[in-house]
Design a protein around this ligand. Structure first.
Ligand code: ARG
Length: 458
């Protein structure tokens, strides 16, 4: 088969070179974006008179047919034709002859591949946004299910202060919201048209780049052909956002893996989301959560992979750039698969209320509330901190809780302590005492639940 670029070549390409340089094995998924981009390009060529109306119709119809063939699985791919762009153009030429040979007027594969990738990433962003909303809704849904459950809040994985379980769930809503915001911000830079930058320098033909940008719903046209044909910033940004989404999912998984241990026993999962051991009959392992955590490694690794790919490239296009897709597709597929599983795991899990409650008075979760009580009685914060510290040591030596201390014992530590201290001591009281905006107490959490319901309530 004659190569599209074969004019100046006298020898056939070595078959091993063909196999080495091909990208069709992974870029065929760009077919839809490629057809969309080419149809817009053809309409532009007709608009400025570089082809006539009839030729434009033949090209657009031919491309539609090729697209259907690919979707039906009837299209033949071969390493000989390198990439998806050559495949589609070649199929068009076979179909409509010389008219098909006009499609590539005023463009190059360099602006074409960037256009396709931007269209593809734009669709990915929109899809991810929908998946993230579903995850937020799943966590928001738990708030009602787990009403009144109090959880120990941890720092350093040591018991710190109590919060409502809903506060944990809404924390994930916040994280995913920032991911969604980041995606939208990234989308603004993705959504710029490179089409017509051609190989690197633009074109001497009277092409209309604003026309194609409008046709493809781009928000603007890139102003420098050299820059835009070498630019992959948008891919790095996109993959970075993917890596943050994966990191958020991974930390959630880590937390729930810990909660699922016999030691914690905070949570259980339906059998359908756990797996067994081939040797230990009693085992029920949180493999799905572990794999979400594990797969995060390659999503995160895609960020340095792309940075390293770009860091030594002179302007403008270099074939190295073909490798950008390998990293991005894998990162996207991985995050998408994780996000698709997440809502059912979140919804299907069950909190072990009794186990949680039975140990809720352990670990002095009310110590900070006691200190803040002292502050309200006029005790300087550092003094209050030291006083409560001493009381905690005293309790530890006696094997009791702060709430078990008598009023006179408490008063001997600080005479400003009154009978009303017992409405602050104890984990439940300490949770209720949290009133500041954004805290894990009843009122602030209820306010946030309401806001989230208004925003994403299903
Ligand atoms: N398959 C190539 C890529 O993914 C398309 C661009 C090829 N351009 C070139 N001048 N060889 O980057």
């Amino acid at each position: 088969m004659a190569k599209a670029w074969g004019g100046r070549f006298q020898q056939e390409t070595d078959l091993r070179v063909e196999a080495f340089t091909e990208s069709i094995s992974f870029d065929r998924r760009l077919y839809e974006a490629d057809v969309r981009g080419s149809q817009a390009h053809a309409r532009m060529l007709a608009h400025v008179g570089l082809i006539d109306r009839d030729e434009c119709t033949q090209i657009c119809d031919g491309l539609d047919e090729i697209k259907s063939e690919i979707e039906a699985g009837d299209f033949e791919f071969s390493a000989e034709l390198e990439d998806i762009h050559m495949h589609i153009e070649n199929a068009l030429i076979i179909r409509i002859g010389d008219v098909g040979r006009k499609l590539h007027t005023g463009r190059s594969r360099n602006d074409q591949v960037s256009t396709d990738l931007r269209l593809y990433v734009r669709d990915c962003i929109d899809e991810l946004d929908g998946l993230l909303v579903k995850c937020q809704q799943a966590f928001l849904g738990r708030c009602e299910q787990d009403e009144n459950i109090i959880l120990p809040g941890y720092t350093h994985l040591q018991r710190a202060q109590p919060v409502l379980a809903a506060h944990y769930w809404l924390a994930y809503c916040e994280k995913f919201q920032r991911d969604r915001d980041r995606l939208q911000d990234c989308r603004r830079r993705v959504n710029i048209s490179p089409l017509g930058a051609a190989a690197l320098a633009g074109s001497s033909l009277p092409i209309d780049r604003i026309f194609t940008a409008r046709e493809l719903d781009f928000d603007g046209v890139a102003a420098n052909s050299l820059d835009i044909s070498s630019d992959r910033d948008y891919l790095i940004e996109f993959v970075f956002v993917l890596s943050l989404i994966a990191t958020h999912l991974s930390t959630w998984c880590e937390e729930w893996i810990i909660w699922f241990t016999t030691e914690f026993s905070f949570i259980t999962f339906p059998d359908s989301y756990t797996t067994g051991s081939s040797i230990m009959p009693q085992k029920r392992n949180p493999d799905v959560l572990e794999l979400i955590r594990g797969k995060t490694a390659r999503v995160v690794a895609a960020v340095p992979q792309l940075l390293i790919l770009l860091k030594s490239l002179p302007m403008a296009y270099n074939r190295d750039l073909q490798e950008d897709k390998v990293a991005m597709f894998d990162a996207f597929d991985t995050v998408k698969a994780c996000l698709e599983l997440t809502p059912s795991i979140v919804t299907g899990a069950e909190m072990q209320r009794e186990n949680i409650d039975s140990r809720l008075e352990d670990g002095f979760l009310d110590a900070t509330a006691l200190m803040e009580y002292l502050i309200q009685q006029g005790v300087p914060m550092r003094t209050g901190h030291a006083t409560v510290g001493k009381l905690v040591t005293h309790c530890e030596s006696r094997g009791c809780r702060l709430a078990d201390l008598s009023l006179s014992e408490l008063q001997s530590a600080c005479e400003l302590i009154q009978e009303d201290i017992y409405s602050v001591l104890g984990t439940k009281n300490a949770m209720k005492a949290l009133i500041s905006f954004g805290s894990g107490g009843e009122k602030p959490v209820a306010d946030q639940i309401k806001l989230w319901q208004e925003q994403i309530g299903a």
